[in-house]
Design a protein around this ligand. Structure first.
Ligand code: ADP
Ligand code: ASP
Ligand code: MG
Length: 413
């Protein structure tokens, strides 16, 4: 639960992603953008990501030290990326005579639980920054990080600066939260893969939530859920061009429209098959219970029906980034479960068609499967929900799949 600060500052939150702070010239540019906001009479809280590529490099450093690192220390390493950009931006703003200072997550503090690598924000103390902003113009907060009750640094999961920005907007009752990134808004699908993707002027929280949760990384899923919960006015905008962007709204003219809102893909998938699982009650509960206990999210699941109720195969997907941990957890219970083989495939991508149309139109699955078949693309696993259909396919074909589905559902500009 995030408590709202009740002071009456006219305050906006601006978040700048990795490419927006990729180098010093870029940081100087966003300092000028922030200056414009101050000239409009606003107090500004800026949330920054690490420079593009830095978090990946830090992960490589950790992984080359150990494949099974202490996650508390992993977070200490990862949080350094955002420390650099927040201070560089403060220096750039000082050069423009703007009164600003940087805050690390623990200094605010942004208090989170202790699930390192994917921590959940529990509380944001607004006191210090509100006081600072009464006399100064800009508070810069390092995104992606918090501090646990145990006084350890935590990180919020990849793309977590979006969640920092929205949580901070809620805590400070900001007038709006602008997410500046390297595309000029939310599109019907990733515009870097499908050139004919259409930019959306508005999208509902619900649709955005579903697109993000299926892999559209333009916003971290949790940031959309938080914005919905706390009524944060959220926009996605380009750091590089002055364009109107996309507003994420509660409901719109399109609320009841029966349409496909977009196509998402997720590369961070690993397919796991446990073969020869003795067909007895309680097996699925043991397997998925063990993974849940270690906060590993299982997504798609299929179980083959056994002949004579002897043995089955269970196939499921987990994030590829959790595969090493997942394998060691499952192998520890191999004797108890009695399965024969643990087989993995990381050369897979999940493609999802998302939209309200699923609720009312029966032909969506048919169109999806026919389109993939016409392109000779084999489907490994299928899963459906009220507003999405997902398929797991070989990663060799994901761009072709996305382009052909985008065309098949009439989304091309
Ligand atoms: P940042 O570093 O600013 O947080 P991200 O790389 O996390 O930026 O998110 C922006 C990227 O999201 C875009 O460059 C684009 O490739 C990708 N993306 C995926 N799906 C979509 C979509 N539906 N609309 C816009 N961008 C998308
Ligand atoms: N730097 C972190 C990442 O690359 C957080 C973020 O950019 O939102 O995942
Ligand atoms: Mg991001």
């Amino acid at each position: 639960m995030i408590e709202k600060d009740n002071r009456n500052l006219k305050l906006v939150v601006l978040k700048f992603g990795g490419t927006s702070v990729a180098d010093v010239p870029q940081i100087k540019k966003i300092a000028l953008k922030i200056k414009k906001e101050i000239n409009l009479g606003n107090k500004v809280i800026v949330v920054v990501s690490a420079m593009a590529g830095v978090t990946n490099n830090l992960i490589d450093l950790v992984k080359s030290t150990s494949q099974t690192p202490l996650y508390s220390e992993y977070d200490v390493v990862l949080s350094t990326g955002e420390q650099v950009t927040s201070a560089l931006l403060a220096i750039a703003l000082d050069n423009l005579n703007i009164k600003a200072r940087s805050w690390l997550g623990w200094q605010v503090p942004i208090i989170s639980d202790k699930s390192h690598g994917k921590a959940i924000i529990e509380e944001i103390k607004t006191e210090q920054i509100s006081k600072f902003l009464e006399k100064n113009d800009v508070a810069i907060i390092s995104g992606f990080q918090g501090v646990s009750q145990e006084n350890r640094i935590t990180t919020l999961g990849r793309g977590g600066s979006d969640t920092s920005a929205v949580a901070i907007s809620a805590a400070f009752s900001a007038e709006r939260c602008d997410i500046y990134t390297d595309v000029d808004g939310v599109y019907t699908t990733d515009p870097r893969i499908v050139k004919s993707a259409k930019k959306l002027d508005i999208i509902t929280y619900e649709e955005m939530l579903e697109l993000a949760s299926q892999g559209a990384k333009v916003l971290q899923t949790r940031s959309v859920a938080l914005a919905m919960k706390y009524d944060v006015k959220l926009r996605v905008l380009s750091s590089f061009e002055e364009l109107p962007g996309t507003s994420i709204i509660k409901e719109g003219k399109n609320m009841e429209k029966s349409e496909i809102s977009g196509i998402a893909h997720s590369l961070n998938e690993a397919k796991v098959t446990l073969s020869g699982v003795p067909d007895q009650p309680g097996q699925a509960a043991d397997i998925f219970g063990a993974l849940a206990k270690h906060s590993i999210n299982v997504d798609m699941i299929v179980q083959s029906s056994s002949i004579n109720y002897e043995a089955t195969d269970i196939t499921f997907t987990i994030p590829e980034t959790d595969l090493i941990r997942g394998e060691s957890i499952i192998k520890k219970i191999q004797k108890k479960i009695g399965f024969k083989k643990f087989i993995t495939d990381t050369n897979v991508v999940k493609i999802s068609v998302v939209g309200n149309a699923m609720r009312t139109q029966s032909g969506i699955a048919k169109t999806m499967f026919e389109t993939l078949a016409n392109n000779q693309i084999n489907i490994h696993v299928i899963s459906t929900s009220e507003i999405k259909i997902s398929v797991l396919i070989s990663s060799d074909y994901y761009e072709l799949a996305m382009r052909s589905l985008h065309t098949a559902f009439g989304l091309d500009v």
